[in-house]
Design a protein around this ligand. Structure first.
Ligand code: N01
Length: 544
């Protein structure tokens, strides 16, 4: 793994200080934001809990971690020389390679000196008299800044089941989003993996190769399309690099932030034969290309079912034991209404002698014991348990910080019934607080790279505008925020996304309000709206 040595904290002791801007998080967003804000001549400090840059990619270094967006689409567009120089090794980059890329950019632009590692932000309070944010850390520092940008990521806070007996288990436990940096050796061990989302589906085939016995606990089977990963085709790479601006522009104005578009064709316009050939073609292309085959896959239940059954039949063809195959066939939610998974040998892994599948949908895991796990039906013994149980996404990282706005209003209280933002960029009553890829923006439903760049550019331009115009604060108007929240819900309700109990809706975390938070109106449409808002003097915001 290409893992750059971390810079130490800036001075090793609690210090804090005054800055124009504090950025929380040194992932892909925080790194680019630092570059942009420094270019504006602002003093900036990035506060990062980890020991290195990378954010989501820093923490999620579990076996098999790999991006499900193709490498040529998963890079910044801004260092023009670098995008020509940088060469990805495979069609889908693995965690180590992405981590290496982010580190490289950080070093190339000498950004590390303004990033303070091993610093976890605990609170952010707006001081109305001074129009400044006071940002406190778990290490005891206090920073003061005019602007506070939460580049805290969408899938940051691990979701851990609250079963009794967690402490009593004598073996090793791991959450995939907190994987140790040192190698974990499962050789000769009886290992359990809980969870079959994108993470579990990537980790299970790798762990199966090393463990003596692997038992997978599945609550909901998922749809996975093969990645057909392999070395990056040099001709394809050349084509993209020679026409980078053209492709990147396509991505910016597309519906998903990728460099191709959903076909403007209904699934019902084709005969069964033609449709089957189209599905087969997409299957052979692999990955998300499947989603682009017909425009009604995610809006029409009957259209969706045709794809779903095609994928189920593929699963049946990949798994030897028909009973196991049926257990792996998703039937509780529409195709791709949970994040579509991209796999390498996932289903074939269940053909191995050392792999077992336990369906816990009707018979949930009830407790951890000193030797393993107990479901409502049976007890199991393990040497190690891996939690691939996902995240308290979208709001989890923000709620980990005690954020108070005007009149001491707490963000957590304001959002108790679900997040409320204007464009996913900010929330009324919290001046000069920006969120990158926040709830109500395309974020996780799009290519994150495209959406991150768009948000960072918008926020940087906005800050530049405020400074140039001598404005002290900006915050959304309540009516603009209300309208946006309503619009986000309206658009979501024209799709099948809200039907699934997914992390997109918060349904994966007990007690969380069930609301589909990403904006699915399209990356290009959203960009146009943000551009218009800025061009119209930040319409919908109050500038003071
Ligand atoms: O998390 P998930 P993830 N008992 O929430 C199960 C991105 N990502 O880490 O479906 C039993 O999808 C849960 O079951 P259920 C990507 O956006 C990207 O896998 O709730 N099981 C589910 O099976 C992705 O969508 C990449 O019934 C329990 C699993 O745990 C997002 O991260 C790679 C349980 C969690 O699945 C999150 O993926 C990896 C319980 N009590 C991830 N609690 C790439 O770019 C939870 N589960 C490749």
């Amino acid at each position: 793994m290409a893992h750059t040595n971390a810079s130490p904290r800036t001075n090793g002791k609690a210090e804090g200080g005054e800055f124009d801007a504090i950025v929380v998080g040194a992932g892909l967003s925080g790194v680019y934001l630092l570059h942009r804000l420094r270019e504006l001549g602002l003093s900036v400090r990035v506060l990062e809990a980890g020991t290195d840059v990378g954010g989501t990619w820093y923490w999620n270094c579990y076996p098999g971690a790999r991006c499900d967006t193709e490498s040529m689409f998963y890079a910044y567009s801004w260092p023009t020389e670098l995008r020509q120089k940088w060469t990805w090794t495979s069609r889908y980059p693995d965690q180590g390679e992405i981590q290496g890329y982010i580190s490289h950019v950080t070093d190339e632009f000498d950004l590390r000196k303004d990033i303070q590692f091993e610093t976890r932000v605990a609170g952010a309070t707006f001081d109305e008299a001074a129009n400044r944010w006071a940002i406190t850390t778990e290490q005891g520092e206090t920073f003061s800044a005019r602007f506070c940008v939460m580049a805290t990521g969408c899938i940051t806070k691990p979701n851990l089941p609250d079963w009794p007996g967690v402490e009593s288990f004598a073996g090793d436990t791991y959450h995939t989003a907190r994987w140790p940096k040192d190698d974990v050796d499962f050789t000769g061990k009886r290992v359990a993996v809980i969870g079959t989302g994108s993470t579990g589906i990537q980790a299970i085939p790798i762990i199966a190769k090393h463990a003596e016995q692997l038992t997978v606990f599945q609550r909901t089977p998922n749809y996975a399309i093969p990645a057909w990963n392999g070395p990056l085709d040099p001709e394809y790479e050349r084509e993209i690099k020679d026409n980078y601006d053209k492709y990147w522009d396509m991505a910016r104005w597309s519906s998903t932030g990728l460099m191709y578009e959903i076909r403007d064709r209904s699934i019902f316009d084709d005969t069964d034969d033609v449709r089957e050939r189209e599905f087969e073609d997409r299957w052979q292309q692999g990955g998300f290309s499947f989603l682009f085959a017909y425009k009604d896959i995610l809006t029409d239940r009957n259209a969706n079912e045709l794809v779903a059954e095609f994928v189920r039949n593929k699963i049946r063809g990949r798994v030897d034991d028909p009973e196991i195959a049926e257990l792996l066939c998703p039937n509780t939610h529409p195709f791709a209404s949970k994040r579509l998974c991209v796999d390498t040998n996932y289903y074939e892994t269940y053909n191995r002698d050392n792999v077992a599948l336990v369906n816990v949908r009707g018979t949930p895991i009830e407790e951890m014991t000193s030797t393993g796990l107990r479901t409502s039906e049976e007890s199991y013994e393990f040497d190690a348990i891996v939690f691939a149980t996902g995240f308290d996404s979208m709001t989890g990282a923000l709620f980990n910080i005690d954020i108070s706005g005007r009149s001491g209003e707490k963000l957590k209280e304001k959002w108790a019934d679900g997040p409320r933002t204007y464009l996913g960029l900010g929330t009324a009553g919290f001046p000069n607080l920006f969120t990158i890829t926040g709830p109500g923006s395309p974020s996780v439903i799009s290519n994150m790279m495209t959406s991150i760049e768009q948000h960072v550019d918008w926020v940087s331009d906005c800050i530049e505008h405020l400074v140039r115009e001598g404005m002290q604060t900006i915050e959304p108007r309540v009516d603009a925020e209300d309208d946006w929240v309503e619009h986000v819900n309206e658009v979501a309700n024209t799709t099948l996304f809200p039907e699934a109990d997914s992390w997109y809706t918060g349904a994966n975390v007990p007690g969380k309000p069930r609301i589909f938070t990403p904006y699915v109106g399209g990356v290009g449409t959203y960009r146009k709206k943000c551009d218009e808002v800025a061009a119209n003097g930040y319409e919908g915001f109050v500038l003071a």
